[in-house]
Ligand binder design. Structure first.
Ligand SMILES: Nc1ncnc2c1ncn2[C@@H]1O[C@H](COP(=O)(O)OP(=O)(O)OP(=O)(O)O)[C@@H](O)[C@H]1O
Ligand SMILES: [Mg+2]
Length: 257
């Protein structure tokens, strides 16, 4: 049987319906009074990351953050994903596996589980890539989400994603170390989006992309939104996401204005 994009999406959605769609009308993510600062001990300097951030995301919402460079946008996403340990405040997340929990206090083991199974993150900088081919990176991500029982569907989804994000087939078995910045970014987005995570954090996912690639990212954001994924994204400007974004926050000097 030939496989089209729509059959791939609908097969994945069948799995999603069983595993991912939030069931309650309470917030999926509730950030309360989040503050994070950094101390650079060598020069005895205290730097503000973000101050008293309050953001609520209902299930299925797509919320955008804009703001000047250095205003603390990435600090918020890194605090949710816990690559920054929050200094004060709470980040309540309605987990499928653990129920409502404060990510600022979750155990390392819980965070590893959540990063693998529930929370996706496309980081702004793409310096950590495992020693695997581009195809394997996306395939591994699919297997983590859908399991070894769905291996054929994972292969189909991987091919669909690589085609969708216009990663040339000649590059599929290549290690992405040699990829261009835009290719690395598109690969990272493919690996994060293939899982259709419950919560997806996007740090400037369109920053270095040409217009055609931006449209492909927007298309997938739209499909994920239709499938129930809740998203918090940082964008240089939100014009490109018009019609998709439910709420917008603007940051200045560490605070929402
Ligand atoms: N690990 C760190 N150590 C020290 N200072 C940091 C650290 N991470 C971030 N900062 C500082 O915190 C502030 C906010 O950084 P952040 O990365 O959140 O900004 P941003 O709004 O995402 O900027 P950009 O748009 O340039 O990505 C900046 O002044 C930055 O220098
Ligand atoms: Mg940033």
């Amino acid at each position: 049987m030939s496989v089209t994009a729509s059959t791939l999406i609908s097969e994945a959605e069948q799995v999603m319906q069983k595993t991912q769609v939030p069931t309650s009308a309470s917030p999926l993510l509730e950030i309360k009074g989040l503050t994070k600062s950094f101390t650079i001990h060598t020069i005895n300097r205290h730097i503000t990351g973000c101050t008293d951030i309050n953001i609520t995301l209902m299930p299925g919402e797509f919320v955008g953050i804009t703001g000047k460079s250095g205003s603390g946008k990435s600090t918020i996403l890194r605090s949710i994903y816990r690559t920054n340990l929050p200094e004060s405040g709470s980040i309540f997340y309605d987990s499928k596996a653990f129920g409502r929990l404060d990510l600022s206090k979750a155990t390392q083991r819980q965070m590893v589980y959540l990063r693998t199974n529930e929370i996706g993150y496309v980081s702004q900088f793409l310096n950590i890539l495992p020693r695997r081919s581009a195809y394997d990176i996306v395939m591994q991500s699919a297997l983590e989400a859908y399991g070894c029982d769905a291996v054929e569907m994972c292969h189909q989804q991987t091919k669909f994603m690589l085609h969708h994000f216009a990663i040339n087939e000649d590059l599929w078995d290549v290690h992405p170390r040699t990829f261009s910045g835009g290719e690395k970014l598109r690969l990272n987005i493919a690996a994060a989006m293939i899982k259709k995570p419950r919560l997806l954090l996007l740090d400037e996912p369109t920053a270095s992309l040409d217009n055609a690639s931006k449209i492909k990212v927007r298309d997938l954001i739209e499909q994920l939104k239709d499938g129930g994924t809740t998203m918090l994204g940082i964008f240089h400007d939100l014009e490109f996401m018009e019609g998709l974004c439910d709420k917008e926050f603007n940051m200045q000097e560490g605070a929402i204005v």
